[in-house]
Design a protein. Structure first.
Length: 395
């Protein structure tokens, strides 16, 4: 389950543009002018995490604001190193989206963590106190976040005996789910039975302390064109068959001769997922080329990157692989029925598949979405993805 969260980072980054396409979805810009991440991050470390900053000297300060999503979202990368009196070091990194602490990571390297406020250590009451402190923090900086009343109701229903770190107990009320363990807790949002992984809040006091709040960053579009998995599967399979009819597949025979092979669907199996993803996740120029072949949608500025839309994805597996291609992947937006992609699915490496008049090479990006479908309703383990994002940013 943990490894499935490695791809969560791809859902955290998308284009932010005002949406006129889906009137059922509104846009909220979270955060407040006048306070930068350089001011908020130390406050979050002391007031929420509970670190005693008087025990450290702040060195190697790093701050790099940038604008993404066509200039509509300010992303502030902020980090520094905490050095204690014994020259031990603790690394602190973060990104704030429109003033919201999208992720914060505190990693001791050679230093120790000194607390002014002790971490929860298997205490639900102390977790409630953390949440109370964050609500005060969010109010001070005008951050749109959790429904406090519902969040506290969930914590009140947490089990008396919490599971050890690495496993989670869950409590569900309405559209919010609490996941809680001895060293942390988190909340995720659900719409029409779909977990909106991007819309989450979590804190974890493991060897590396992590925090994330994206609850107020995203609105949600609940419109869904396909009423059932079977309906979408039928639509997508017809599209996959059309894709195969329009393309040529070649495979090297036993005697070393390249021969044309048609996909065998006699023992076809499929994997289908329904997710909630950013509106700009698949809004890129490649879609224009897909559209020319009848299997894509125009590059568009209409869909809002900070609104989560229902997204159906499927992989249809051939009875037998053709070279290193083993099927066709299809993805489509649930609110409009527009096709985001339809192309081959296969292993990494050079493909023995040749397309007529096609600019595309083999891709497995859509298939990776399917892994998210099996993720349990968890909030706190969203933090695992933060590590991966940080590594990517530091390369």
């Amino acid at each position: 389950m943990m490894k499935n969260l490695k791809i969560l980072g791809m859902f955290m980054i998308s284009l932010f543009i005002f949406s006129s396409l889906c009137t059922a979805c509104s846009v909220k810009v979270a955060g407040v002018e006048g306070f930068s991440a350089k001011e908020k991050l130390p406050a979050l470390l002391s007031d929420i995490i509970g670190l005693d900053l008087s025990k450290y000297t702040i060195t190697e300060e790093r701050y790099k604001p940038r604008y993404e999503y066509r200039g509509a979202v300010e992303v502030e990368y902020c980090g520094f190193t905490l050095v204690d009196k014994k020259d031990g070091k603790v690394s602190v990194m973060s990104e704030f989206y429109n003033g919201v602490p999208n992720w914060v990571l505190i990693s001791p390297s050679t230093g120790l963590l000194y607390y002014a406020i002790e971490p929860p250590k298997n205490s639900v009451e102390m977790m409630k106190n953390i949440l109370e402190r964050y609500m005060t923090f969010a109010q001070k900086y005008d951050i749109t976040t959790l429904d406090a009343s519902l969040a506290f109701d969930l914590l009140n229903k947490a089990p008396d005996s919490l599971p050890a770190h690495g496993t989670y107990a869950t409590v569900i009320l309405g559209d919010m789910t609490l996941s809680i363990t001895q060293n942390g807790f988190g909340f995720t949002y659900t719409v029409n039975g779909i977990v909106a992984l991007n819309k989450s809040w979590g804190i974890d006091f493991a060897d590396t302390i992590s925090f994330s709040d994206s609850f107020g960053l995203y609105d949600v579009c609940s419109v869904n064109t396909w009423t059932s998995e079977e309906e979408f599967t039928s639509f997508a399979f017809n599209l996959a068959q059309k894709f195969c009819d329009d393309h040529l597949f070649y495979q090297v025979s036993e005697d070393g001769v390249e021969v044309e092979v048609r996909p065998d669907w006699s023992n076809m199996r499929s994997e289908v997922s329904l997710l909630m993803i950013s509106g700009q996740q698949y809004n890129n120029p490649i879609n224009n080329e897909l559209l020319a072949q009848g299997t894509g949608v125009n590059f568009s500025a209409n869909r809002d990157a900070l609104t989560l839309y229902p997204f159906w994805s499927a992989v249809f597996y051939f009875s037998y692989p053709i070279g290193n291609v083993y099927g066709v992947q299809v993805g489509a937006w649930g609110d409009t029925g527009e096709v985001a992609y339809c192309w081959e699915q296969g292993f990494l490496g050079s493909s023995q598949n040749t397309f007529e008049n096609s600019p595309f090479e083999q891709s497995n990006s859509g298939g990776s979405l399917l892994g998210l479908a099996v993720i349990a309703l968890i909030g706190i383990v969203v933090m695992v993805a933060v590590v991966l994002i940080v590594k990517k940013n530091c390369k």
